[in-house]
Design a protein around this ligand. Sequence first.
Ligand SMILES: [Zn+2]
Length: 389
Amino acid sequence: MKRIYLSLLMGIMLFFHAGPVLLAENDLGFYQPPGDRALYKRSKNQQPKNIVFFIGDGMGLSQVAGSRMVVMGASGRLYMEKFPVTGLVNTSSLDSLTTDSAAAGTALATGHKTYNYMVSLSPNNIPFTTILEAAKKKGMATGLIATSTISHATPATFSSHVPSRSDEDKIAEQIVDQGFNIVLGGGEHFFIPRSEEGSRRKDELDLLDRARKKGYTIVRNRDELQAADTGNQILGLFQMDMLDTEAGNEPSLSEMTAEAIKVLMKDKDGFFLVVEGSQIDWACHENNEDKMIRQVLLLDMAVKTAVELTLKEENTLILVLADHETGSLTLKGSNLNGTDIIFSWGGTDHSCVPVPIFAFGPGAENFTGLHDNTEIPKITSGLVNIPLK
Ligand SMILES: [Zn+2]
């Protein structure tokens, strides 16, 4: 009951507050649950023009279902749960049944397994083409969004090729050189020269300057992001480190997704957008279900936004999946309204249980059944004619 009361209260406060509002760490007042629990209709179209590829880092079935039970009880559905096609994904890496985020991201970004900690490189350091690189090469508009530093392991696997995920300053350089249309997230400290305050670079490279010369508009808060959506190349770095995800002047994951889709939609060749809810994983490492639920719901609001902005044309395939599960989470409870639900954490690390995938839009039916993580980008890329080898 306490959670529901708090959410209502915060909802009312948000409604009457004119300026930027800072959300409390566990507040769920931002969440607008679906009006009904009906599944979205399956598309009659077979081939998508656009792809939105959502990753909930560490988001297993218990993370999804537990979040829903807390806000809606037994019978509601999250937006991602309204997707008409569901499947399962195995998550092992090349050297371990239990993957880290770099190897898991590599599998989802390139269709290849590699060793844990490696970013879109083979074990002998041969780069694997990423699905975003392939999309850009074909002329599609491309975007990458995360709530971590944008150079963090999972988003990095779509933009970069480095032997270790800890090479975030090299990753930042490769991000700028890729020239994706939209890059939004945290981690400015890897983009500014060593001598500047707050920098975590080991050299004097000024990647913001390099990005500007390549045609990027650099934005640092919600207002600047919204003003920049008339252009077609935006680099948005909203914190030195990871995002706060607590509103204020920082755009939410949903707002970043909306701005990205508005810009990318202008490309007649279609777009490929990758959006990561990065901090679900961190909350699960902490075994903190309140934080976890909030991060899942922030991702779910971004999913809602993507559906609403693309629904009419019926030309966008939206996938929501995880790179792996974190925390070996199970759920217990008896009240149908979810008020006595117990989150039972089995550990503080990643587990190797398969994760769910939710699919909606043209081509969604291809994701039903159990797939290996490497098959997901292969199927997806095949659907937009940019087959990965
Ligand atoms: Zn991960």
